[in-house]
Design a protein around this ligand. Structure first.
Ligand SMILES: [Zn+2]
Length: 431
């Protein structure tokens, strides 16, 4: 990957003494760079899509045409083939994205709505202090201001009113509403560069896209595909979680087809957002698209759920980056959610927080740093210490694209477990 920074550092460009002074003063308590003034900074659009498996996008090898808009974005972008979620849960992964901290490092931890994001500098706070207009439009109840995700955002829209079909108390927001609100904000904003975070919930279960999208895909099942039972609890394996149950549907292929419809539906609205966000004729816009985690479709007996594992069905996420000066290409570095904040800040000419655990992926030194990354750091840590998990990760990979990721994760988890066993042995010897 190459990056041309000349457009951001050209001394001939106008600078604002006031903005530069503000930046330097702010640096006394926030680790900001005193770089180019706001006039030359790019806009930054961060899109996170809930529950989106990388291998269910065309650009990652899915054979059904579910994601034409995201695939078109990928054609213009650096596509990271091996991006690993910081967690299989919504809140911890987004906290890692926003703070560049692993789950063990930020205050959300492994909780999913039971704790708040109350420590570490956030991506939005740094952009805000640098003079950016900051706004967020979220669609999942676990990302609301109650959890602390509003920090640093001048506008934080978490008005969720659409109840899930099987859990009326769990509210969310659908892509058309979220997109319309984000575009309305874009239309009304002032001259400052923007940092805009838009979160889409649609691929998250239950898989209930509009009828046209719901019936659009008919993904065939295995020859011996059997009907699944509806389990008593949402955390049970071996069947359909109650919150996911759809009337008359009992086969994996039926649910996978509906899931594909949800992706197609979200993709359409991502396209509308991209078109509007990129229409700024005064500034260029950086776009980064990722997911918080994937979803299991029968892997190891888990159906239509996440949060339970770090295997590739849940841990492998898309990470697509389009930025001025970046040459479109595909990269096979092992990258993580924690790399997102340093990457976006570096591309905007800003400095990441001093406690960031990630690296700026567009930086020429990133390749070396990524190679030095400790394997255990690439995983969420949840349930890693269980030997059974290690063996399971080394099971026969499924699917042509998952194979490489699966194998690598298996190796990484095995190494983690071996390290844990060694530590336990040392502890036992010490006692
Ligand atoms: Zn999620």
């Amino acid at each position: 990957m190459s990056i041309e920074k000349s457009s951001r550092t050209d001394p001939g460009r106008r600078t604002s003494a006031l903005a530069a002074m503000t930046c330097c003063l702010a640096a006394a308590w926030l680790p900001l760079a005193c770089g180019p003034a706001n006039e030359s900074r790019p806009n930054v659009l961060l899109i996170t899509i809930d529950t989106l498996r990388a291998d269910h996008l065309g650009t990652y090898g899915f054979r059904f045409d579910v994601s034409p808009e995201i695939d078109a974005l990928a054609e213009q972008s650096v596509v990271f083939e091996r991006a690993i979620a910081a967690s299989g849960k919504t809140a911890p992964s987004h906290a890692a994205i926003m703070t560049s901290g692993y789950t063990r490092e930020h205050s959300i931890g492994h909780g999913n709505g039971t704790s708040t994001l109350s420590d570490r500098v956030t991506l939005a706070e740094i952009f805000h202090e640098a003079g950016y207009a900051t706004a967020a439009f979220v669609s999942n109840i676990l990302l609301t201001r109650r959890i602390g995700f509003d920090r640093g955002f001048e506008v934080f829209d978490d008005e969720l009113s659409a109840p899930e079909s099987n859990r009326p108390k769990v509210v969310e927001r659908l892509a058309p509403d979220t997109t319309a609100r984000a575009i309305e904000w874009l239309n009304a904003r002032n001259e400052r560069p923007f940092f805009l975070w838009v979160h889409y919930q649609d691929p998250h279960g239950p898989y209930t896209p509009p009828a046209e999208a719901a019936d659009r895909f008919d993904i065939p099942g295995a020859p011996d595909e059997a009907e699944l039972p509806v389990r008593a609890g949402n955390n049970a394996s071996g069947g359909i979680p109650p919150y996911q149950a759809l009337p008359g549907l009992y086969r994996v292929s039926e649910y996978r087809s509906r899931y594909a419809g949800e992706i197609f539906f979200a993709d359409e609205w991502v396209g509308k957002l991209l078109a509007r966000a990129g229409a700024d004729d005064k500034r260029e816009t950086i776009v980064l698209l990722t997911a918080d985690h994937g979803e299991s479709f029968g892997e190891y007996g888990h159906y239509f759920k996440h949060t339970h594992t770090t295997t590739p069905d849940v841990a492998h996420v898309p990470l697509i980056l389009r930025a001025p000066g970046l040459t479109p290409e595909r990269r096979d570095d092992l990258v993580s959610h924690v790399d997102i904040a340093p990457t976006l800040l570096e591309l905007a000419g800003l400095r990441a927080s001093s406690d960031a655990s990630g690296v700026a992926l567009a930086n020429s030194g990133a390749f070396r740093l990524l190679r030095q990354r400790r394997p255990a750091e690439c995983l969420s840590g949840q349930r890693l210490p269980l030997a059974g998990r290690c063996r399971r990760c080394l099971a026969e990979p499924r699917g042509p694209h998952a194979a490489a990721v699966h194998a690598e994760l298996g190796i990484l988890q095995l190494e983690s477990c071996q390290a844990l066993a060694a530590r336990k042995g040392a502890d036992a010897a010490a006692r």
